[in-house]
Ligand binder design. Structure first.
Ligand SMILES: NC(=O)CC[C@H](N)C(=O)O
Length: 303
């Protein structure tokens, strides 16, 4: 496995030159765009790594999966989906367009920013610290890594420039879908700035792949919630590129603008990818190519 991963990283390395780092969050713009790396954790606890990635990077949108799992565990499916929809969108992740034009009265799904803000506001906790602390705790449970923290600099860097998300939050407040604008925005941006390793990503993927059971056999997420999370990853996990990704790669996956991708191959493996050079839609450009190739080589598509 390690040789295969090394070969594929080398093969797709050139692709990093075709994308660019997210620049709307100032600190993410400083990442080295030539990095590309992958970690695979298999069912029998094999851990394989190849390529180059920093020790830690921020989850960004990958945290939306964690927030959704926790909100459902806290409030139940019925409550969550009375306030956020289940349909994919053809619009970018930070779009305000559909809510504004069609008056759908609720965000289309929990994987776009508008939906994620609603989901985060549903997580139990009196304070921002408590909500984010509970998300961190769930990540620690899923990964077995007890050293999960928020990167304060990335949080600040985004908080100070997050005009679009702030606008979305105000719009959601007007629709009575969230209560406290600033608290919800802060909790959401802090969850995006939670730092993980590539191995953590792979272990989260494996936990979902095993219907809530961790790599070391602890049951931490109900099976039905894991299934639901993976289904959203298939339909909405790669933003408005999810259809093409399902056809070419065929693995439930969630990306983030820091360049991470968390992928989950049911009952087989979890995969963490890092490559901060992004394509137009905000997905790791070389990371996606790498996953496509790996899926073909190991016949990983679920379809
Ligand atoms: N797609 C992403 O990873 C977006 C996360 C980012 N923090 C934002 O809200 O814009």
């Amino acid at each position: 496995m390690k040789e295969l991963l090394e070969r594929l990283v080398e093969k797709h390395q050139f692709k990093t030159r075709e994308g660019k780092c997210a620049d709307y969050i100032p600190l993410l713009a400083e990442q080295d765009p030539s990095q590309l790396g992958i970690t695979v954790v298999t069912r029998n606890r094999g851990i394989y790594k190849a390529g180059r990635f920093p020790e830690r990077f921020t989850m960004q949108s990958i945290s939306k999966v964690i927030a959704l799992i926790l909100a459902i565990m806290d409030c139940g499916e019925r409550k969550v989906f009375s306030m956020v929809g289940m349909e994919p969108t053809g619009d970018p992740f930070n779009s305000i367009y559909k809510m504004e034009i069609f008056q759908t009265q609720k965000p289309l799904n929990p994987m776009i920013n508008a939906g994620a803000l609603v989901v985060t506001s549903l997580i139990k906790g009196q304070t921002v610290e408590e909500k984010v602390g509970r998300m961190i705790h769930l990540i620690e449970e899923m990964t077995g890594n007890i050293n999960i923290k928020v990167n304060e600099d990335v949080f600040r860097s985004e908080y100070e420039t997050s005009h679009r998300n702030r606008a979305l939050a105000h719009f959601l407040k007007e629709l009575h879908l969230i209560d406290r604008v600033e608290e919800t925005l802060e909790a959401y941006l802090r969850q995006c700035a939670i730092q993980i390793t590539c191995e953590d990503l792979a272990k989260i993927g494996l936990c979902l792949a095993q219907y809530g059971k961790t790599f070391d056999n602890r049951m931490v997420v109900p099976a039905c919630v894991s299934r639901l999370a993976k289904t959203f990853m298939v339909t909405c996990g790669m933003y408005n590129a999810s259809g093409e990704f399902a056809i070419k790669v065929g693995i439930p996956a969630k990306s983030g603008v820091s360049g991470g991708i968390m992928a989950s191959v049911p009952m087989r493996m979890g995969i963490g990818v890092f490559g901060p050079a992004l394509d137009q839609k905000g997905n790791s450009i070389a990371g996606t190519a790498l996953l496509e190739d790996l899926s073909r080589q190991l016949d990983l598509s679920i379809f």
